[in-house]
Design a protein around this ligand. Structure first.
Ligand SMILES: [Zn+2]
Length: 83
């Protein structure tokens, strides 16, 4: 019985961890994507590759790259706050 409870909590912990990681990477991608523009030079991202693990790859003329794996990130408005 105890083992089952332990397994249940471990499972819940892993799910919580996965959700947290998902939320954090979504926020990170949203900041990088910045509504479709490079945060540094404000030029629009140019698509160059789709990677199975990292998602859609975009690059900028200033050699910065941005990987987006959540499609919803690309529908977010531009974030003007901070650098
Ligand atoms: Zn740039």
């Amino acid at each position: 019985m105890n083992e089952q409870i332990w397994a249940l909590w471990t499972g819940l912990g892993l799910i919580t961890l996965a959700l947290l990681m998902g939320v954090l990477s979504w926020q990170y991608q949203r900041r990088s994507w910045n509504g479709g523009r490079c945060r540094r030079c404000r030029h629009a991202w140019v698509y160059f590759e789709t990677d199975n693990s990292r998602g859609f790859g975009f690059k900028c003329q200033c050699k910065r790259v941005c990987w987006v794996s959540f499609r919803s990130v690309m529908q977010q408005p531009e974030d003007f706050g901070g650098q």
